[in-house]
Each structure stands twice: as C-alpha cells, then as structure tokens.
Ligand binder design. Structure first.
Ligand code: NAD
Length: 352
C-alpha cells in the first residue's frame, strides 16, 4: 500500500463528508496531513459517525450546503480552492430512490454536474474522483465479472442515476480539450460497503445493529442474496491511490475503476449474519417477503486496479466483520472510545 505522503499539505474537498464513507475518508486524509474541506448536508441519522468521532475537528473547513444548488457548490470551490475533490455526496439508497426518484436524480446527476462545472471553472482543481457504484452496470444475469468497459444500465432509480452520472462524467472528460482545460476526472465503482458507523436505513449492518441494540427483531428479506461485501477502508485505500496519482499527472483525463472484493468474500446475507452473531451477538431474525427489484449478484472484475494501481482489498470478510463488530461493540459500551477505535482501525489497515 502507498504511504500517500504526496497528499500531505494538499487541499482536498470531500463532498458528503458528514456521511459514513465521508467521515472515514476525512479521518484518514487528516492523518496523512491533508487539508480537508467538507461540503454536505447535516448528518441525517442520530447517532452518526461524523458527530461521534468528532470529524468536524479534523476539517480545515466545513460547509453545510446542498449540491443541488450550483451557487453553493461554486462558492465553496472558489473559496477553498481545493486541488483535488473526492465526490461522495449522493442519495445512496435503492429503497429511498423508489420513494423519491426526483430527489435521487437531482442529487446524483445534477449535483454531479454542479460539482464538475464548479471544478472546471476553478483553475485550482487538478483532479476529481467521483464515487459511483457497481450498480452502474446493466445486470445481464451472467456469471462473469463485469469490467470497466461493460455496458451501463440500472433497473432502479438509484442505479440509473449513478449510471447517468457516469455519462455526465464521461462527457465532461471528453469535452476538456474543447474547453482548453486539463484535469483528471476518475470514477470509482465498488460494492456493498460496510464498517463501523453506518446507521442508514435498509442496509444490512445498520439494521442488524439497531435490532441488537434495541433487542428487537431483524427482518431479512432475502437471506440467500449474495452480495460483494467490502470494508470502507478497502475502498478509501483505492480512492486515495487515485487521488495521489492525479497529483503526479499520471492519470490523463481520467477513467473508470472497479474496486471489488475477492470473489470468496461475495457471500449470502445469512453468512454475514452468522459471522456477526459470532463476532458480536446474535439477532432475532424474522424472514420477510422480498420487495421490489433485487438484482442478482453482480461481480466486479478489479484486474485493472490490481495491475495498474497495485490495489487489493487488505481485509477479507472475516477481518472486515471483526472490525465492524469491534466498532459497534465499543460504541454501545462506551461512546467516548469510538473516535480512538476509528483511528486505530485506520492505522491497522495502513499497517502503521
Ligand atoms: N455504502 C455503500 O454500500 C455504497 C456502495 C457503493 C457506492 N456508494 C457510494 O458512496 C458514496 C457515499 O455513500 P455513503 O454510504 O457514505 O452514504 P451516506 O448516506 O452515509 O452519506 C451521503 C453523504 O452525502 C451527503 N448528501 C446527500 N445529499 C446531498 C445533497 N443534496 N447536497 C449535499 N450533500 C448531500 C450527505 O449529507 C452525506 O454526507 C455515495 O456516492 C454512494 O452512492 C456507497
């Protein structure tokens, strides 16, 4: 793994910094000596990782604002002059996208346009990494892993909004010469991201955590559904690799990158629940009816990231679930310890 020493002292804007991935990314970047700026809405859940780990304290600036408003985005980029942008802000939930397709498309597509445009207009920005998802691929129900140049699609509004954002990104990338602008615009596609500090609705780990913490039943819709589970730090490791590479001007106009888990870590929901029961405590499970469209497993081929970037997931599923259980266990035993656990896990992942 790179030491990411080139990121020290660099101004980096993280959109979505108040969220699950964003908070972990801010802590890691701060640990590297980067000057971290944030732009996002207020944390949505209570509790939330941003507040419980004191992430505000590691920020050089903290803007609460909506990326659907171009002036907000433009003002933030103009004021803080980031050299690099990690674009995480999104409506990231499939079920919420059925409830609010308009809001999902606004944030995930138009919000991305606003960010790319603000970056284009700022002479300081030299690279943007947009986080999309493995769900951008048209699911062709085949067993082969999907490669970066496979066809995009999306059967639900969330997936389609992220695929649409990828088209916008590709068009910005292709238009840079017409604007006489040099900049890298990469995008990263990962799977089901897990780790401590996620309390979103309708995600397996947060649902498990809420049920066990409240001694309530956990409703599982599809225990045999196989998903590509990954620790949030595996993904952020990939994101930082791409950001650092942008500084060395090795990245050209940019491209798409898959960051998937090892195939052995694509396991059914039921196995994850069994692991968590052993690593923390069992939940009372009730099996409900599957709702709406549940895509069959889609596996990412991450050969490009492995061969070009030297990236690979450093934690397999066992370590991922141990670390996740450790984080929540510590939160429910003594909240004041969880900020330190977060930093310890980052250092453990980095091997320092
Ligand atoms: N968690 C996963 O399993 C997963 C998997 C693949 C891709 N992703 C992608 O990773 C990114 C981060 O996901 P997460 O799980 O950390 O999500 P999260 O819900 O924890 O955080 C989302 C962040 O985006 C911000 N945000 C949402 N709407 C906004 C708006 N209109 N204006 C400004 N900020 C806004 C929120 O305030 C929050 O800071 C998203 O782009 C998501 O699509 C997540």
């Amino acid at each position: 793994m790179g030491s990411f020493s080139k990121l020290a002292g660099v101004d980096i804007l993280v959109t979505g910094h108040t969220g699950f991935t964003g908070s972990w990314a801010c802590h890691w970047l701060h640990r590297l000596g980067a000057r971290v700026h944030g732009l996002a809405l207020k944390p949505k859940t209570s509790p939330n990782i941003f507040d419980v780990t004191g992430a505000i304290d590691v920020l050089a600036s903290h803007t609460i604002g909506n990326i659907n408003d171009f002036t907000t985005v433009r003002t933030c980029v103009k004021k803080h002059k980031p050299k690099l942008i990690l674009h995480l802000a999104a409506q990231p939930l499939v079920l919420e996208s059925y409830a609010d397709p308009v809001g999902t498309y606004m944030t995930n597509v138009q919000g991305t346009v606003h960010l790319l445009e603000a970056a284009r207009l700022s002479e300081h920005v030299s690279g943007i990494l947009c986080i999309t998802t493995d769900k951008v691929y048209e699911n062709r129900s085949w067993i082969h892993p999907y490669r970066e140049n496979d066809r995009l699609g999306g059967a639900d509004p969330y997936s389609a909004s992220k695929a649409a954002a990828e088209l916008v990104i590709a068009s910005y990338r292709a238009s840079l010469p017409s604007w006489g602008r040099q900049m890298t615009i990469d995008c990263a596609r990962g799977g089901n991201i897990i780790g401590g500090g996620d309390w979103s609705d309708n995600r397996l780990i947060p649902d498990f955590v809420r049920a066990t913490a409240n001694d309530a039943a956990l409703e599982i819709r599809n225990p045999s559904a196989t998903r590509p589970w990954q620790h949030v730090l595996c993904l952020i490791d990939g994101y930082l690799t791409l950001l650092e590479r942008m500084l060395a001007a090795e990245s050209g106009p940019g491209q798409a990158w898959n960051f998937g888990p090892d195939i052995d870590d694509c396991v059914p929901v039921k196995s994850v629940l069994d692991h968590l029961a052993a690593a923390w405590k069992p939940a009372q499970i009730v099996y409900g009816k599957a709702v709406q469209h549940e895509a069959q497993l889609l596996v990412l081929d991450s050969t490009k990231a492995r061969q070009t970037l030297g990236w690979r997931p450093r934690w397999g599923l066992g370590q991922t679930l141990q670390a996740t259980a450790e984080w929540y266990r510590s939160f429910y035993q003594d909240r004041s310890a969880v900020a330190q656990i977060t930093l310890d896990q980052i250092d453990r992942y980095r091997g320092v």
